[in-house]
Design a protein around this ligand. Structure first.
Ligand code: 5AD
Ligand code: SF4
Length: 443
């Protein structure tokens, strides 16, 4: 049996895509390899969001080419493929810098993998590239997404029309599209039938979801959440990533009424300065963001928030940066992801004057992260002594250890047998650090 190995970079959408790519390969008769060294087909699923992520692809490709040569010395052939956002943005670069790559597919064309693999045989020595924004939806051509995992991702929306001036997503994932309601429900039911107890609905702008129902009527994320809530056996629902300006009152009501909806929301603010938000082309001010948070808290006082931040956006002054710190102090995020602004070719911000020096970016990032981590650590420490329901998703580093997630997306380690994998277990939290919790099964 031929074997594949997929290495995934970037966001949860890429993790989801890799699963779907794996299902295409399984239908073609491939099995999963335990390492690239044992794989006849190696695929890198790439991320283009920041320069560092994109460059990583080329260093990894160098290592993969070495593996191919080692395997060739043993008489084994290896096919190398690159998929994902770097391909969409840099297909020619890949063919030039890594000519040994057999195929390169953008994020919207991986359903064409069977045809592409057939073409490679005919076009040895050439990289087969497909970076079209196709008229058809890849989802119509993929095998049904099944999973025996306790926690599964489900992409409901893809792409983005917001055009934040720093961001490559509209160019790599295309314009915003939503999958039809019935298709999403069918996938959700199949996942739950396979053992999934938590579904995380994914989209680059998941809360601007507007898929059509069976009657052709456009429906919102709130409608979809209510429908998914009706699936028996499903215990937890999450959705990510949301755009602050598109949080509707109807969606806020979901946090009041849907008990399965976890009390954790990732709502990226990016900057606390209205001047910077405007330059970023964000459709909200920091005041509007805070109002939305207040309404959400009123709907569910137990909600915890996380966010993304960019420091050192072109033109960001010390006062602008201070405004970001101020919002952090007001909200007290329980988790956050923060980045130095990365200049991305083809985006408007890359051409803006007043680019910020690297050392200033680094200093601001350090200050921001210190503050963010202090809130995160406090929140984690407050959990110590409490009993929390944890969905165990994977084995830990040591034998006899499992790792899971609390309702607030905290990682929790516990000494537990593998029979508890993919189950929700009540755990008493015993220790907390900034990034994880430890605990013991209750009872
Ligand atoms: N530079 C730094 N961070 C970025 N992000 C998106 N584009 C850039 C960029 N050019 C961050 C944003 C976004 C997260 C996924 O990545 O904070 O929310
Ligand atoms: Fe990276 Fe964005 Fe592509 Fe996800 S959608 S892989 S974050 S560039």
């Amino acid at each position: 049996m031929k074997k594949y190995f997929i290495k995934t970079f970037g966001c949860q959408m890429n993790v989801y895509d890799s699963r779907r790519i794996a299902s295409v390969l399984q239908r073609l008769g491939f099995g999963e390899a335990s390492s690239p060294r044992n794989a006849d087909l190696i695929i890198l699923n790439t991320c283009h969001i920041r320069e560092k992520a994109a460059e990583k692809v080329f260093s990894d490709l160098g290592r993969i080419e070495q593996i191919r040569q080692e395997r060739a010395a043993e008489g084994l052939s290896t096919t190398i493929g690159v998929v994902g956002c770097v391909v969409q943005a840099e297909d020619e670069q890949i063919a030039k810098r890594a000519p040994y790559v057999d195929f390169a597919l953008g994020p919207l064309t991986y359903h064409r993998l069977p045809e592409v693999l057939a073409k490679i045989g005919r076009a040895k020595g050439e990289t087969v590239i497909d970076t079209e924004f196709p008229a058809e939806s890849k989802f119509d051509f993929l095998p049904q997404n099944t999973s025996s995992d306790g926690c599964s991702y489900l992409a409901i929306q893809e792409g983005c029309d917001n055009f934040c001036t720093y961001c490559v997503v509209p160019y790599t994932r295309g314009i915003e599209t939503s999958r039809p309601v019935e298709e999403v429900l069918k996938e959700a039911r199949a996942l739950v039938a396979g053992g999934t107890v938590e579904i995380n609905l994914l989209g680059q702008n998941v809360n601007s979801y507007h898929g059509t129902d069976a009657a052709g009527k456009e429906r919102s994320l709130a409608y979809l959440l209510n429908k998914i809530n009706e699936i028996d056996g499903l215990q937890r629902i999450r959705y990510t990533t949301s755009y602050p300006a598109d949080v509707t009152d109807e969606l806020i009501d979901c946090h009041r009424n849907i008990k399965k909806l976890m009390p954790y929301l990732h709502l990226p603010l990016q900057s606390g300065s209205d001047k910077v938000l405007k330059a970023m082309n964000r459709r909200h001010t920091s005041g509007q963001y805070l109002e939305t948070i207040a309404k959400l808290r009123e709907a569910n006082p137990l909600l915890g928030f996380s966010s993304d931040f960019i420091v050192g956006f072109p033109g960001e002054t010390d006062a602008d940066f201070e405004a970001t710190l101020n919002v952090v102090r007001q909200v007290g995020f329980i988790q956050a992801f923060s980045f130095k602004y990365s200049r991305r070719a083809g985006t408007p911000a890359a051409l803006m004057p007043n680019q910020i020096e690297e050392k200033v970016k680094k200093r601001r990032l350090d200050i921001l992260q210190d503050l963010l981590f202090s809130y995160q650590l406090n929140f984690n420490k407050e959990t110590v002594g409490k009993i929390v329901p944890v969905l165990f998703e994977s084995r830990g580093r040591h034998a006899g250890q499992l790792v899971g997630r609390t309702p607030y997306m905290q990682n929790l380690h516990a000494e537990l047998g593998k029979e508890f994998l993919n189950k929700i277990v009540n755990v008493r939290v015993t220790e907390a650090t900034t990034n994880s919790l430890s605990g013991q099964k209750e009872g």
